[in-house]
Design a protein around this ligand. Sequence first.
Ligand code: NAP
Length: 451
Amino acid sequence: MNETNRPAASLRVAIAGAGPAGFYAADFLLKAGASVDMFERLPAPFGLVRYGVAPDHQKIKRVSAAFERTASLPGFGYYGNVEVGRDVSVEELLSDYDQLLLAIGSAGDRQLGIEGEDLAGSVAATSFVGWYNGHPDFVDQSFELGGERAVIVGMGNVALDVARILVRDPAELAPTDIADHALSALQKSSVREVVLVGRRGPAQAAFDQGELEDIADLAGVEVLVEKGMSFEEPAELSPAARRNLEYLRALPTEPGKKSRALLRLRFLAAPHRIVGEGGRVTGLEWEKTELVQRPDGSVGASGTGVFAVEPGGLVVRSIGYRGRPMPGLPFDRGRSVVPNQGGRVSESERPFPSCYVVGWIKRGPVGLLGTNKQDARETVDAMLADWKAAGRGSREPGRVLGLLNERKLRIVRYPDWQRIDQAERDAGAQAGKVRQKLYSVKDMLALLDPS
Ligand code: NAP
């Protein structure tokens, strides 16, 4: 066959990662006629939809119905419980498939780099989120919920998710797919007040106004903003920031009614040190900041030398996720992404032919689920254009499957996942929940292969 203008129908793609970005890309590729094999580290697909989106946000989780439709398209193959970079290498995949698309997200957490971060009770939001969502990596964790106050560093939507789970009446969480271990810990929790600490001002808050309003609307919960905050409008303000500012301006500074739980917002406070006693967190020392104009025109925060402590038995850092490098591909540690141009992997102008990225590992840990659709469109357009322009030489289709079989991995195929899914839904129906998740890889595999 001519090496140019190949039809997409002859294109075989391996996708690493079965989260939203991988599924949106798979959908575009399959509909263009390509075939797609998707490799996922865990037995269960859907990434952050299953393990990131909060259990009381079931409407958002419904996007997985679209991914299920994608998985039913001809040419789709699912290989769960197979980790690219550990069970099969980038090089091996490239020896079999025409193109490799990395959709592995940003599984790590960012550190504050301040004193006291290692104390018991100082945790990453990523762990807390994984824990309440029954992610196999976090089921064995426990969190200090015995104190009356918890402090969360960061003003993003993840910080609000964590805050909402902490202040919400656990009875409202019970019918969701929240992990049992988290529900029972939250039922025993003494946390009555959660303080969100943001280093910049109200106009720079990263959360969405609607997410904050959802918390204020919860029964028995009040949202307060610290006294004396200025809500001056900067000259340039995005519509989202304007909505935030208008909403924040109207919030009370003191509890007005007898509330079961409070969420307090403290702006212009940079984390300085996590304080503790006997190896356990007792609070967060913060430094008052003032806003400054950075050389690039953006707004930064500068310390004023005034310090105070926000007491709390739990300090959650919710300051963003971090991507992890993939052996065999370049990595930009500063941005924690695989360097790329419009989805084509390339480092300092050096291309990595046939390697592509999509989602958070491409653009960093920002954006809503839907952002991945547009992002996938860009990468898939590049993949299809490259394939048409110059397909590569001969491949060894089937080599990877041979290797995986030799390595005696228990591959979870899509029908296997559907059995797990059905078993979880059935158990959920019996327990009066949306779904009763299986929390460990071992339990999922035991369901498939009872001994
Ligand atoms: P994010 O939106 O980037 O927010 C991170 C927060 O951490 C910001 O307030 C940031 O402040 C702060 N921060 C970063 N480094 C810090 C440091 N060293 N010290 C103090 N504060 C620091 O990240 P995210 O909340 O993890 O969310 C990730 C993405 O997922 C976002 O796009 C979010 O919208 C999305 N998401 C959406 C939903 C939803 O729609 N329900 C739920 C969860 C997540 P600065 O602004 O000053 O840097």
